[in-house]
Design a protein around this ligand. Structure first.
Ligand code: NOJ
Length: 559
């Protein structure tokens, strides 16, 4: 396995709207981020992934871009952005920008032109179709509820939008569109950025004819994913992008790829480097989703987590590279979802961090994870995210569904769980803003905040700092091969990582009860050093280990 800086890095994701407000308008901004660069340096992360900061009408908080080469007014100016990049580089950190090119905003100049007339030179930048029998061109449902098509009176046709109707899909079949995108990427790379996170990049190639989805849902729409996820020409386009742009720079790339199997990932993230460095898989994020999708909740099972994580670890070994995450701006907080956000909040947050950072791949920390931030339970009127609001309207306001049941799903799964303002201190609005925050602050900010975490040597923050430091000290954390140990154990997820004569033994108790682990006989070693734990435990490794609730330990064994 070849060495690379992006394999040895830890990434920190910033959702700028919620990170730090510098001017009191209640919205996070670039100067706010700049004021926290020393904090990030202290944590020890190598790369910052910045969720979109481009010009945007904010229908989907920046994931609807109206100008790819400028900064959103609320966030600041290009001069602020230059200062941010320089500030990161001065401190030895890198910057990864978000690339959102499956769709643009409907307020992008290309779309404004495109909708004007059928023979406009930008018409073919987007996916326009005439209606069928007075209805939409096909039955695809949008990710944000309702049809994936919007009728446009000016030309009596519909345009495709897999996300909101203010996010028209770009037509990647059009060579000019692809070249516009590559030029824009080059423009940012030449400004000195260090990589791209690519938004839903596995949706850019749609099956010709855009066939109807097979399984109709209520309302007559159907999931069309079979015809746009990992579509027929997606690898061709990514190889072209790689050849024309990516391969010319020493950068890091990660593709967001929902609905992707590990076989697909072997191509996207292949070790020859012809496409991307790594992708975000969603298989582990779907473990608590029932047949009805995200809002159809079921409890996740440790056995299934082991199966899914192990499959990705084994099947990408030597063939590709994993990204490691348990939450981001689209997912609930990991401690609330996979840990215990009550009695064992700090301890389980550390266990989850250890579990993830010791796997093989590049770890991603989402802002606030490093202090163990938790989910919220707001009233429907207090939410902002269009995914929540559209779904609630469709199911409850219009559909007459059960308010309490829908709210239960929202509390557990909604994206605003991750988007509440970063909790900096115990002062009003958690020190995020002096104004009125755009989204309500989590009411637990007086107990959970950065100031408190920095003052407590036993905090989640310092545990993460240590995890990151360890990665720099022991190659086995980056390059060792993975093996699952505790396949059948109902509470413990244990695994090893092996590199030449070194072995990491990683033990994690995922339950609120004590659990016993027996060391397999074939694990032989001359010395065992406890590298990190979330419990004040004896250093010694015994044949039988009793783990307290949510305890985790990592031993370095030497032959
Ligand atoms: C994935 C992004 O992470 C999410 O926040 C966004 O809503 C959709 N893609 C559409 O861009």
């Amino acid at each position: 396995m070849e060495k690379a800086w992006w394999k040895e890095s830890v990434v920190y994701q910033i959702y700028p709207r919620s990170f730090k407000d510098s001017n009191g308008d209640g919205i996070g901004d670039l100067q706010g981020i700049i004021s926290k660069l020393d904090y990030l340096k202290n944590l020890g992360v190598d790369v910052v992934w910045l969720s979109p900061v481009y010009k945007s009408p904010n229908d989907d908080n920046g994931y609807d871009i109206s100008d790819y080469r400028d900064i959103m007014d609320e966030f600041g100016t290009m001069t602020d952005w230059d200062e941010l990049l320089a500030g990161l580089h001065e401190r030895g950190m890198k910057l990864m920008m978000d690339l959102v090119v499956n769709h643009s905003s409907d307020e992008h100049a290309w779309f404004i032109e495109s909708r004007k007339s059928k023979n406009n030179e930008y018409r073919d930048y987007y996916i326009w179709r005439p209606g069928k029998n007075g209805k939409e061109p096909n039955n695809w449902v949008s990710f944000f509820s309702g049809s994936a098509w919007q009728y446009d009176e000016a030309t009596d046709e519909y345009y495709l939008h897999l996300f909101s109707k203010k996010q028209p899909d770009l037509n990647w079949e059009n060579k000019t569109v692809r070249h516009e995108v590559y030029e824009m990427m080059t423009w940012w790379l030449d400004r000195g950025i260090d990589g791209f996170r690519m938004d839903v990049i596995n949706m850019i190639s749609k099956v010709e004819g855009l066939p109807d989805g097979q399984q109709q849902e209520e309302g007559g729409y159907a999931w069309g994913g079979d015809y746009f996820l990992n579509g027929p020409r997606v690898h061709k386009y990514l190889q072209e992008m790689n050849r024309d742009v990516l391969s010319k720079y020493d950068i890091m790339t990660v593709g967001e790829c929902p609905g992707t199997s590990v076989e697909d990932a072997q191509r996207y993230a292949n070790s020859e480097g012809t496409e991307l460095n790594m992708i975000f898989t969603f298989e582990h994020m779907d473990l608590d989703a029932g047949p009805g999708g995200k809002w159809d909740m079921r409890p996740w099972q440790l056995q299934e987590l082991k199966e899914v994580m192990s499959k990705w670890q084994y099947d990408l070994e030597g063939k590709g590279w994993n990204s490691l995450y348990l939450n981001n701006h689209d997912q609930p907080r990991m401690v609330s979802r996979f840990g215990n956000d009550g009695e064992y909040r700090g301890k389980s947050a550390k266990m989850l961090g250890t579990f993830l950072h010791m796997l093989k791949g590049t770890p991603y920390i989402y802002q606030g994870e490093e202090i163990g931030m938790t989910n919220v339970q707001f009233d429907i009127t207090e939410y902002n995210d269009l995914e929540i609001l559209n779904m609630y309207e469709e199911r409850v306001t219009e559909g007459g569904g059960d308010h309490a049941k829908v709210m239960e799903a929202i509390h557990a799964k909604c994206r605003d769980n991750a988007r509440t303002p970063m909790q900096w201190d115990a002062s009003e609005n958690a020190g995020f803003t002096t104004g009125i925050p755009w989204l309500r602050v989590n009411p637990n900010y007086q107990e959970i905040n950065v100031e408190q975490a920095l003052a407590d040597p036993d905090s989640v923050f310092y545990h993460y700092q240590k995890l990151i430091k360890l990665r720099k000290q022991h190659d086995v954390i980056t390059y060792g091969t993975y093996e699952l140990l505790s396949e059948k154990h109902l509470q413990i997820y244990a695994y090893t990582r092996i590199l030449v004569d070194e072995m990491l033994l990683v033990l994690n108790n995922f339950s609120a009860e004590t659990a016993d682990f027996r060391l397999p006989q074939n694990i032989q070693y001359k010395s065992a050093e406890l590298l990190i734990s979330n419990e004040h435990t004896e250093d010694e490794l015994a044949q039988s280990v009793s783990l307290t609730p949510y305890e985790s330990r990592v031993y370095l064994l030497k032959q």
